[in-house]
Design a protein around this ligand. Structure first.
Ligand code: NCD
Length: 305
């Protein structure tokens, strides 16, 4: 059963299949001819962390395909987790009710535990700082749609690389394609963990780490910005110290290639000056729209229809 737990689990062949299915979903939806291939299916969305795009686009995807949705948002308070139930017990029970489970949780790695007891496909909608495969896929879809290729790209990841799960997911996908080069742009306090850097180096991935946004921007085909992950700081003062260190300003647009794109998983807080939204290279709202098509494709993929 294809659980979708991590970007690391996919081959290039799988990705091609999902991306072309997403393309079909987009065309069908725009022409008003989506087939209700998930009729009679029930999808459960259980979110232990806040979400706007991920939960609501998954729910919309399920409804568009004819499925019905049961959901618990704010699940630490609104489910038996508040009484101390383990994730394993919750998942076991929900598999009796629903045909697929979509779960978001603040604990990194918890989906592996949940998957061990899941009798139905489990889709990871973000686990702590670890993974967010559906976001990585919609980012991949966006890159393919906007730049017409997934290889030979110079991709800058900027901001909170220490805790961003969307960076990890997209990086895992983009390193599968030939001759991509990565620029990790952040202050030391928010750099990628050394363990990840070491693994990239050992695998021969081309990358550099830098604090210099201005010096790097003119090189890039993609600048992927991130929110400083406030909710993952145990000390609020530590967050205050780093929250404004990295800001993409409207003046940065002048040194960005005319054909480059600016990406962000959203929500954005103050890491992008609001004038940037008007620039045609700002792809983040289009990226969020693509989430619907990609999640429709993912539900079909996971449910084998
Ligand atoms: C991201 C997440 O939850 O990791 N949001 C999303 O799913 N679009 C990014 C973030 O919250 O900063």
């Amino acid at each position: 059963m294809p659980h979708i737990l991590s970007a690391k689990q996919f081959s290039k062949g799988d990705l091609e299949r999902i991306l072309s299915l997403a393309r079909e979903m987009e065309d069908d939806l725009k022409k008003g001819r989506v087939k209700k291939v998930l009729q009679d299916k029930i999808i459960a969305c259980i979110f232990f962390e806040a979400s706007t795009r991920t939960r609501l686009s998954f729910e919309t995807a399920a409804l568009r395909l004819g499925a019905q949705v049961i959901s618990a948002e704010n699940a630490f308070e609104n489910s038996s987790a508040s009484k101390g139930e383990t994730i394993e017990d919750t998942v076991k029970i929900l598999c009796n009710y629903a045909d697929a489970l979509i779960i978001r949780h603040p604990e990194s790695g918890i989906m592996e535990r949940a998957a061990k007891v899941a009798a139905k496909p489990l889709l990871n909608a973000g686990d702590g700082t670890n993974q967010h495969p559906s976001q990585g896929l919609l980012d991949l879809y966006t890159i393919k749609k906007e730049l017409k290729r997934l290889d030979n790209l110079k991709i800058g990841f900027g901001g909170d690389l220490l805790k961003s799960r969307t960076v990890r997911a997209l990086l895992d996908f983009m390193r599968l394609y030939e001759n991509n080069k990565f620029y990790f742009i952040s202050h030391k306090e928010l750099a990628l963990p050394r363990k990840i850097i070491q693994e990239l180096a050992e695998s021969g991935v081309q990358f550099i780490e830098t604090e210099n946004l201005e010096g790097t921007l003119p090189e890039l085909d993609i600048i992927y910005l991130t929110r400083v992950q406030k909710e993952r700081f145990s000390d609020p003062q530590e967050y205050e110290k780093v929250k404004d260190l990295f800001i993409f300003k409207k003046d940065h647009l002048k040194i960005l290639k005319p054909e480059a794109i600016i990406m962000h998983a959203l929500p954005k807080i103050n890491e992008i000056e609001k004038e940037v939204d008007q620039d045609s290279r700002a792809a983040y709202f289009r990226e969020a729209e693509n989430g619907l098509y990609v999640r429709m494709a993912l539900l079909c993929y996971a449910l084998g229809v």
